[in-house]
Design a protein around this ligand. Structure first.
Ligand code: AMP
Length: 322
C-alpha cells in the first residue's frame, strides 16, 4: 500500500477542455503515460531518479526542444515532456522540501538550472552524482537527440591531463553491453569532459538497499546480475584491463525495474597490463582481496588487478544475497 510519504513526483498537465490534471508517481511504482512507462526510484545521493521510457513511434519532446525516440530518459524538476499532438506534462519532484528540491542533484546550488554548450552537447547543471575525481551531469547530445551523462574531471597539471587522456583512449575501445560506453571526449583547458551512455536505473547499491521486501535480492536476480558482471569483467580482462574498484556503487542499472541490465562504470582507477603486479594499492578496502589488504601495510608487497577484481565480484555477490 502506498503512503503519502512514498509520493515522489507529480506530472501536471492541462487537458483539452482546460482541465488541470496530475499523475502522481510513487516510489518504485511504475506508471504509464500514453504508451510510455515512467518510474520513480531512489538515487544514491538521497534524492530520486524519475525516468520515462519512450515506446511510441513519434517519440517524445523534452523541454519543448529535444525530440527523443525509443530512449529511457531522466526527468528533472521543472522539465516538460510533450507527447506530440497531445498533452504536455510538467514534472515536479516532491521527495524533498522546496528549498532542497531545486538542488537534489546539484551539489553547488544555483538559482535557476543552466545549460552549457560543449561541442554537440548541451550540458545541464543537473548533477547525477559525483565521485572523488569527477562530477557527472545530465547532458543532451543535440545531434543524435539523446540524453547522455557528462563526467567532468579537473586535472591539476598538464601531466595529469595526459595520463587521464591515455586511460580514456583505452576505454574508448571497449564495446560491451555490460560496460559503460564512452560516446565522446572533449578537453577544455584542464577540464576533461567524458560523454557516457546514460543509465537511468541508478546504482546497484541503492537498488539492493531500497528493496521493498528485504535489503537483499532473490537468488535468481543475483544470479542474473552476476552473469552480466562476469561477462563484462571477462571482456575487460581479455583486453588486459583491470577495474580495481568494483563495488555495487560502481555498477549502474541501465533502466529501472527488476532483473536489470547492468553496466560496469567508473574506470577512474582502471589499469592496463592488469596481469602485472602493482605495489600501489587502490580501491575500497571492504572489496580488496587478502593480498591487497596485506599490501596496504607493506611497501614491498604487491597485488595483481585481475584476480583482485574477481574477489571484489565475490563480495558483490555476498552483498546481493545477504
Ligand atoms: P563516478 O565518478 O563514475 O563514480 O560517478 C559518480 C556518480 O555519477 C555515480 O554514482 C552515478 O550516480 C552517476 N553516474 C556516473 N555515470 C553515469 C551514467 N553513465 N549514467 C547515469 N549516472 C551516472
Amino acid at each position: 500500500m502506498c503512503t503519502h510519504r512514498d509520493t515522489c513526483a507529480k506530472l501536471l498537465t492541462t487537458g483539452r477542455g482546460g482541465r488541470r490534471d496530475a499523475i502522481v508517481l510513487f516510489l518504485n511504482k511504475p506508471a504509464i503515460i500514453g504508451r510510455n512507462p515512467s518510474a520513480c526510484i531512489p538515487a544514491g545521493n538521497g534524492g530520486i531518479i524519475l525516468s520515462c521510457k519512450d515506446l511510441s513511434t513519434n517519440g517524445i519532446i523534452l523541454n519543448g526542444r529535444h525530440r527523443l525516440r525509443k530512449a529511457s530518459i531522466i526527468l528533472m524538476d521543472g522539465d516538460t515532456l510533450t507527447i506530440p499532438h497531445s498533452q504536455t506534462f510538467t514534472c515536479i519532484h516532491m521527495r524533498k522540501g522546496h528549498q532542497e528540491k531545486a538542488h537534489i542533484f546539484d551539489p553547488t546550488p544555483r538559482q535557476t538550472p543552466s545549460v552549457r554548450e560543449i561541442g554537440d552537447y548541451a550540458v545541464t547543471s543537473h548533477c547525477l552524482g559525483s565521485g572523488s575525481y569527477a562530477t557527472v551531469n545530465l547532458a543532451i547530445d543535440t545531434n543524435k537527440y539523446r540524453q547522455v551523462a557528462c563526467k567532468t574531471i579537473r586535472t591539476k597539471t598538464e601531466d595529469d591531463l595526459k595520463k587521464v587522456q591515455k586511460e580514456v583512449q583505452i576505454l574508448m575501445k571497449l564495446h560491451h553491453p555490460n560496460v559503460t560506453k564512452i560516446r565522446d571526449v572533449s578537453i577544455n583547458g584542464r577540464f576533461l569532459h567524458i560523454f557516457l551512455e546514460l543509465s537511468t536505473g541508478g546504482d546497484l547499491f541503492t537498488y539492493i538497499s531500497s528493496n521493498v521486501n528485504s535489503s537483499r535480492l532473490c537468488e535468481g536476480e543475483a544470479k542474473y546480475i552476476m552473469y552480466q558482471l562476469f561477462r563484462g569483467l571477462k571482456y575487460i580482462h581479455d583486453k588486459h584491463i583491470s577495474h580495481r574498484d568494483l563495488k555495487p556503487e560502481n555498477i549502474l542499472l541501465c533502466e529501472p525495474g527488476p532483473y536489470p541490465r547492468i553496466q560496469i562504470a567508473d574506470f577512474g582507477l582502471a589499469r592496463a597490463n592488469a596481469y602485472q603486479e602493482t605495489l600501489h594499492v587502490v580501491g575500497t578496502v571492504a572489496y580488496l582481496p587478502p593480498e591487497g589488504i596485506l599490501a596496504l601495510d607493506d611497501l614491498y608487497r604487491g597485488y595483481v588487478g585481475m584476480p583482485s577484481d574477481c574477489w571484489s565480484a565475490g563480495v558483490i555477490m555476498f552483498i546481493m544475497l545477504t
